[in-house]
Design a protein around this ligand. Structure first.
Ligand code: UDP
Ligand code: MG
Length: 317
């Protein structure tokens, strides 16, 4: 059995070597598993690439790396690794050792039992109350809106069998929200529990803003249900306006006309204006996605790769 470990790295000079060492340590203990480490340097601006070159020299038999011409994001890096992977199964791992390599053995056991996807589910122990409450709320919202079920704590540490890999590779979209894509392709999925480890060294690439944007992607990258919701919101607003108008007419015919309503007017104009902007933004967001999809740009550009990637059928023009 051949296993490919795909590791996206963006400015990970502080941990890649330690990571490499730890992963090899655990994989060497596995019987009957031939492995290959596939590092994807996502346009790092530190010495990550130099370190990957050195790792490749030291373990040329089962190390490959690929370096992007700039930072294209983790989704692109994962896709590149998936395209490069030659194994019968692939495991995605972060370079910061938040994904304990010891779990790979358990994942392989479950894979051997016939599961096509094995995902590590991280507990939220040790996370801030605000953050975990917010994510619980967020997942509830997302799951109401999108067709596939996304689970809190299920990250990118997962094993995919060859059929699942091919299924993912057959999805041509430009905007890739892999958490959702993993769920969308389906297949028999098993979970393993994973401790909530802190990053070994270096720092997280997430800022609050990027988390919010990521959350937005999760909400709208699946279907048009948010648009539906906005239609219903519009109908509800129109209904309220109609009832209010009726009430005003009735009150005026009973009590005679008086002219209050300055505040009502202001609030409703501002409120409706806001709601309209949100809905236009929502529509614009979908149009923006169509725009990006129609450009058909590649997901990433490679400036250096060792070994040179073979032209596989997965490399679409
Ligand atoms: N990463 C990447 N490109 C990016 C941002 C992150 O390849 O633009 C990689 C990063 O090197 C790491 C993994 O994605 O291996 C997870 O990143 P990070 O640890 O910052 O995220 P967190 O664990 O905090 O969610
Ligand atoms: Mg991390």
């Amino acid at each position: 059995m051949r296993l490919t470990i795909v590791v996206p790295c963006y400015n990970e000079e502080a941990v890649v070597e330690l990571f490499d060492h730890r992963v090899r340590d655990s994989l060497d203990q596995l019987d009957g598993v031939e492995y290959e480490l596939c590092y994807v340097d996502d346009g790092s601006s530190d010495s990550t690439l130099d370190r990957l070159r050195a790792l490749r020299l030291r373990h040329s038999r089962n190390t490959r790396y690929l370096s992007f011409s700039r930072n294209f994001g983790k989704e692109a890096a994962m896709l590149a690794g998936l395209r490069e992977a030659t194994g019968d199964a692939v495991v995605f791992m972060d370079a910061d050792l938040q994904h304990p390599p010891e779990l790979i053995a358990r994942m392989l056991d479950l894979h051997a039992l016939g599961h096509d996807q094995v995902v590590a589910r991280r507990s939220r122990a040790g996370d801030g109350v605000a953050r975990s409450t917010f994510s619980r709320f967020y997942y509830r919202l997302v799951n109401r809106l999108v067709d596939v079920e996304l689970m809190d704590g299920m990250g990118d540490f997962r094993l995919l069998s060859r059929p699942a890999m091919d299924a993912l590779l057959s999805l041509p979209e430009y905007n890739r929200f892999s958490k959702g894509l993993f769920a969308w392709i389906g297949f028999d999925t098993a979970t393993v529990d994973c401790p909530n480890a802190a990053r070994e060294a270096g720092e997280t690439k997430w800022r609050l803003g990027s988390l919010v944007n990521y959350g937005m992607d999760g909400l709208i990258s699946f279907n048009n249900r948010p648009l539906r919701v906005s239609i219903y919101a519009g109908l509800a607003m129109a209904g309220v306006a109609f009832l209010y108008a009726a009430a005003v007419v009735i009150l005026a015919s009973v009590n005679g006309i008086d002219v209050p309503g300055y505040v009502t007017l202001l609030v409703s104009v501002a409120g409706l204006g806001g709601l309209q902007m949100v809905m236009i933004g929502l529509v614009g967001e979908y149009i923006g996605r169509i725009y990006y999809e129609t450009k058909r740009r590649p997901h990433y550009l490679v400036k250096e790769a060792k070994p040179q990637p073979a032209a596989t059928p997965h490399h679409r023009p």
